[in-house]
Each structure stands twice: as structure tokens, then as C-alpha cells.
Design a protein around this ligand. Structure first.
Ligand code: FE2
Length: 276
């Protein structure tokens, strides 16, 4: 699906694709050294005040449930681990390449999209921890959640007139959002984001979760994983913010197929607790 000519030609015609954030690349370089210290990584992030502020805002949100105030990237790294910090730097670094003033699209807010993505990432990670999955999978849930809607950003800033038209059509028929998007662009925002992240070499489970987050049943092998948690987290957050009805936000048939339908209620409680 991601190799489809349609996505390739759509994306290759775009003027403004997000670039891999420079700070993220510097961090990757640092982390390649097995002797790197938390202090060195914290120092690197602290050189960028905007990144530091956004990182602290996020780790101090209830989704991380740290129970204490984190006041430096060093603290964030030692409490959450460098892998989590890396995911935050990557996603914040992508979003900060755009803002609503330079890229205005009526009815679309990059700031609101960031808030949505950070809630979905935080919730998906909490759900993963509640399931007792491996640490790496919980980290991938955070990253995939933070990035899942980047395709919307890419479409909106590159094709603002078409995107606006699509939003108007969706406003009239909210339950047809996915079909309207498909008709307008020949693909989904999930596929657009996943295409970019595939090129960047992000983990396969993250790319897959981004690609199919609204249509998890399209996954080649239907098994419980990062995609399952990001799909439900995004559905719960959308439902809570009344973007979608529950029936339209979460694929219950899929959830049953991965054997997790009885967990939905308890996952919804996590959202209520973090974000009342
Ligand atoms: Fe989405």
C-alpha cells in the first residue's frame, strides 16, 4: 500500500515536507556512543529553549503520571529514559517546523493537532503499560501516537485549498470523514504519514500503526500490537473531544479479533483519569 504510485506522485509534488529534526539527528549521533550520559543528552536539548519548554510541558502532563514536577530535560531523561526523550524530540521537532500563522488553513489548527497527537501518544503508552507489554512496545506506542496524524499536517500545508474543501465536506457529513478524504486525495492521511516515516527508517510497527490507525483491519496480519493501542487511543480521544461517535471511532470487530474487547472500558478510564 505504501509503495503505491498514487502516494508517491502526491508526495513528490509537495513543496513542504517535514524534514527530520536536526536536534533529533544530533541526539541519535550522541546515542550511538554506548558511553553517552544522560547529562550529555540533557545538555544538548537544553541548548534549544523552545524544545526544552515543549518537552517539559509534555512530560509534566498527567499522561506521564510522574507524580513530581520535572524541571529539566536531564530529569525527564532519567525518569523516563532516553528512548522516550528521543520520541518527544522527534515529534516536537516535526510539529515545530509548522505553525498556524505561516500555514493558515481555515478550520484546521496545527496547535490543536499537536494537542491531539500528544494525548493519543500519552494514552497509548499508558494503555501499553496497563497491558504489561515489553518496554520497547510501550515506547513505540508513544512514538506512533505522537506521529499518527502527521499526514493531516502534510496534506493541509501542501494542498490548503483542497484540504479546506475536504474539511467543508466532512463538516456536513462527519461520519464519512475517511471516505471523503480518500475521494479528495486518493489516499488517507495515515498512509501519507507512514510513507514519510518509512523513508526515514522508523520502526516497522510505528510505520504500520500510523498507516492503519483509522483502519486497523487493513493490517496484513491482525494481531494485538502497537497499531491496536494507537487505534483505540486515537478513537477514545476523538470520542472524548466529540470529533467522532464511539461506533465510528473504534473498530469493535477488530478489537474482538485481537482479543481485547473486554479491555476497552478500563482503557477509557485511563483517559478520564489523565484528562478529566
Ligand atoms: Fe488520524
Amino acid at each position: 500500500m505504501l509503495g503505491s504510485e498514487k502516494i508517491k506522485s502526491l508526495i513528490s509534488g509537495m513543496q513542504s515536507l517535514p524534514s527530520m529534526p536536526a536536534l533529533y539527528m544530533e541526539m541519535m549521533q550522541l546515542l550511538a556512543d554506548p558511553n553517552v550520559s544522560v547529562r550529555q543528552v540533557g545538555d544538548l536539548i537544553e541548548q534549544d529553549p523552545a524544545m526544552t519548554a515543549k518537552t517539559l510541558q509534555l512530560v509534566n502532563s498527567a499522561f506521564f503520571g510522574l507524580g513530581r514536577h520535572v524541571s529539566s530535560p536531564h530529569d525527564a531523561a532519567s525518569l523516563l529514559g532516553l528512548d522516550i526523550l528521543k520520541s518527544l524530540v522527534l515529534s516536537i521537532g516535526i510539529f515545530s517546523q509548522y505553525d498556524d500563522i505561516r500555514f493558515p488553513v481555515k478550520g484546521f489548527s496545527i496547535e490543536a493537532l499537536w494537542r491531539h497527537c500528544s494525548r493519543v501518544g500519552g494514552l497509548a503508552r499508558q494503555m501499553a503499560e496497563a497491558e504489561g507489554v515489553a518496554k520497547q512496545m510501550a515506547q513505540d506506542c508513544l512514538l506512533a501516537g505522537l506521529l499518527h496524524d502527521i499526514g493531516k499536517l502534510i496534506l493541509a500545508v501542501n494542498l490548503p485549498a483542497e484540504y479546506q474543501q475536504m474539511l467543508d465536506a466532512v463538516a456536513a457529513e462527519p461520519d464519512q470523514a475517511d471516505a471523503i478524504e480518500q475521494a479528495a486525495f486518493g489516499t488517507s492521511h495515515g498512509a501519507v504519514g507512514a510513507y514519510l516515516f518509512g523513508l526515514w527508517g522508523l520502526p516497522e510497527s510505528v510505520v504500520e500503526a500510523v498507516a492503519f490507525h483509522n483502519h486497523p483491519g487493513q493490517q496484513r496480519e491482525v494481531v494485538f500490537g502497537v497499531l491496536s493501542l494507537v487505534h483505540v487511543a486515537s478513537g477514545l480521544v476523538n470520542q472524548a473531544s466529540q470529533v467522532k461517535s464511539l461506533a465510528n471511532a473504534i473498530d469493535l470487530e477488530y478489537l474482538a479479533a485481537v482479543g481485547k474487547e473486554e479491555r476497552l472500558e478500563s482503557w477509557a478510564t485511563l483517559l478520564d483519569e489523565a484528562d478529566p
